[in-house]
Every structure is written in structure tokens, then in C-alpha cells.
Design a protein around this ligand. Structure first.
Ligand SMILES: [Zn+2]
Length: 169
């Protein structure tokens, strides 16, 4: 016949199993956190505060880009968002004419780069106004906040961007 465990032993067994159970729960919580952590950040919408700070950055960048463009280009009065590099008149000699062409072609490529960025910034600001900022334009899921903070003009989530790049190759 088995002797019942003395109360002291019983307590220690209970305590041990409680500890074990406790550790198990801690591990489980840890696993859940690890699994849900990144997902939770990518699906949580931007806070108003973050959105305002991004909007502020975009407005500052817009002003800066316009200043840079105005230095050597003019707005196309017939097409909104289009800029045209000005042709610099250096002089009439052959050397000067060659220099003009070089300057113009450099300005043209710079103008295209700045114009494209300005268009991206303007579009991002329109999305903020329209309430669609931070939503992927392909899958309509929220774009990861870290991505938006690093590249505020993003209009697609990383998954869609990667997928489109892979399909384009
Ligand atoms: Zn997407």
C-alpha cells in the first residue's frame, strides 16, 4: 500500500509543477510575442502624431525641391508638375556654345530627377489629404511604419514592391 506523501513533499511537488507551468507560460508568451510582434507593427495604422510629422517632412522636402528646381528650371505653365530646364546663355564662341550644351544636358537630367521626386512628394501629400496615405496601392494593406518613416513617399508595401520587381525581371 502506498503511503500518502507528507505535506511538505506534496507542497514542493505542487510548487515545482507550478514553476514548470509558469515557465511554460512565459515561453509561450515569448513565442507569441516573437510571432506576433513584427506582424502587429506592420498592420497597426499610423498614429496621427506620426502622420503629422511625416506630412511636415514632406512639405519641407517639397519646398526644398521647388527651390532647387527654380534655380535652373521653370514651371511649364501648360502642364502642372512639369518643369523645364532653362538654356543657359554662356556666350557665342564655339567653346561657350559647347559649354551651354553640357550645362543644359546636366540640368536636364537633374531636372528629371528632382521633378520625379517632387511628383512623388506631391502625390504622397495628396494621399495624406485624401486619407489613403500609408495604404498599399496594390494590396490595400497598411504599409510598414518603418518603411514610411525611411521613405515617406512609399505607396506600396514591401511584399508588393518585391513581387513587382521579381515580375519585372
Ligand atoms: Zn501591398
Amino acid at each position: 500500500m502506498q503511503q500518502p506523501l507528507p505535506p511538505s513533499k506534496r507542497r514542493s511537488t505542487t510548487h515545482a509543477s507550478f514553476l514548470l507551468q509558469g515557465t511554460g507560460q512565459v515561453i509561450l508568451v515569448g513565442v507569441c510575442w516573437a510571432l506576433r510582434g513584427p506582424m502587429a507593427t506592420s498592420t497597426s495604422p499610423l498614429t496621427q502624431e506620426r502622420l503629422r510629422s511625416i506630412e511636415q517632412k514632406l512639405r519641407e522636402r517639397k519646398t526644398q525641391l521647388e527651390v532647387e528646381l527654380k534655380a535652373f528650371a521653370s514651371r511649364n505653365p501648360h502642364a502642372s508638375g512639369d518643369w523645364q530646364a532653362r538654356y543657359a546663355d554662356v556666350g557665342r564662341s564655339e567653346d561657350e556654345n559647347a559649354a551651354e550644351v553640357t550645362i543644359y544636358s546636366d540640368n536636364l537630367s537633374l531636372e528629371r530627377t528632382l521633378e520625379k521626386e517632387l511628383r512623388d512628394v506631391t502625390n504622397a501629400l495628396s494621399r495624406i489629404e485624401g486619407g489613403t496615405y500609408g495604404t498599399c496601392r496594390y494590396c490595400s494593406k497598411p504599409i510598414d511604419e518603418k518603411r514610411l518613416l525611411a521613405r515617406p513617399t512609399s505607396s506600396a508595401c514591401i511584399a508588393c514592391k518585391v513581387e513587382r520587381k521579381a515580375n519585372a525581371v
